[in-house]
Design a protein around this ligand. Structure first.
Ligand code: GLU
Length: 283
């Protein structure tokens, strides 16, 4: 078993990160496997060396150990470009110049019960779908045509292990993906690639056998299963864990600095207190 924790160093680690990292670490150790740390620092504008250093320090303080050197996503540019070429070769990509407000303006009036937002924000209405990569302009993002992608992939079964609401067998379906996720961005303006592509390519490069992540990423997992299939890469086992909630049962905000590990450390808590707070057994 090879698991990983892959924070984006764009802010401090908080309790939710601690839970995910400790769980991935505990699962690997219990199986006699390996736990890897990766820095998902592909966003060069928002990633900061200070957050990276703090994350490493917090994880070590929690008792987590990993082999070095750590993989830096920002160094994987060649792998990402190769993956984009494979998808382009299958005719699945198109350039997109839409801004967030263009997308909001072009989206149909919402119908009751029909989702308007997916894991990447507003579901893309397909404005640029007619464009071809030959017409790529500097500053464009690149999107994947999901209907074409799923037609190229066929029906895809996948399995998620234990934990949370999503355990069991699943199938990817084009209409469902288009209605709940939309054509995803695979490369952003000025960046080698975007999150979904990076994570699939790097999980493969690191031979991750089990991806341990929060259940909020379940829709992202569906995209990752599809991308891995199209890129002829293996699909790891996905384990979606429940999210850490506050005392009132509310899910912790991603950027709640009051729950930063650094803050608990400064308040004098011990690593065992953090384990207890997120409901993990003492080691
Ligand atoms: N860098 C991603 C994050 O911090 C990794 C999550 C994942 O792909 O499991 O949200």
């Amino acid at each position: 078993m090879i698991t990983r924790f892959a924070p984006s160093p764009t802010g401090p680690l908080h309790l939710g990160h601690a839970y995910s990292a400790l769980l991935a670490h505990d699962m690997a150790m219990a199986a006699g496997g390996t736990f890897l740390l990766r820095m998902d620092d592909i966003d060069r504008v928002r990633s900061k060396p200070a957050f990276e250093a703090q994350a490493i320090d917090d994880l070590r303080w929690l008792g987590i150990r990993w082999p070095t050197p750590i993989m830096q996503q920002s160094r994987s540019g060649d792998r990402f470009r190769a993956a984009l070429q494979v998808l382009e070769g299958k005719g699945l990509l198109y350039p997109c110049a839409c801004s967030r407000s263009d997308i909001a303006a072009a989206a149909d009036a919402p119908q009751e019960g029909v989702p308007t937002h997916g894991p990447d924000g507003q579901i893309y209405p397909g404005t640029c779908r007619h464009r071809s990569m030959a017409d790529f302009q500097e500053g464009d993002a690149i999107r994947m045509d999901l209907r074409q992608a799923i037609a190229a992939a066929g029906t895809l079964p996948f399995f998620t292990e234990t934990g949370a609401a999503f355990a069991g067998d699943h199938q990817l379906d084009a209409d469902d993906l288009l209605g709940t996720i939309g054509d995803v961005v695979v490369a952003r303006k000025g960046m080698a690639a975007a999150y979904h592509l990076c994570v699939v390519v790097d999980d493969t490069a690191q031979q991750i056998s089990h991806v341990i992540r929060g259940e909020d990423l379940f829709d992202a997992t569906r995209i990752h299963v599809l991308l891995a299939h199209l890129l002829n890469m293996p699909t790891p086992v996905y384990h979606h864990h429940q999210l850490v909630r506050d005392d009132t049962g509310k899910r912790l905000a991603k950027r709640d600095d009051a729950r930063a590990i650094a803050k608990y450390r400064a308040d004098g808590l011990a690593p065992a207190d953090i384990r207890a707070m997120v409901g993990l057994r003492a080691v």
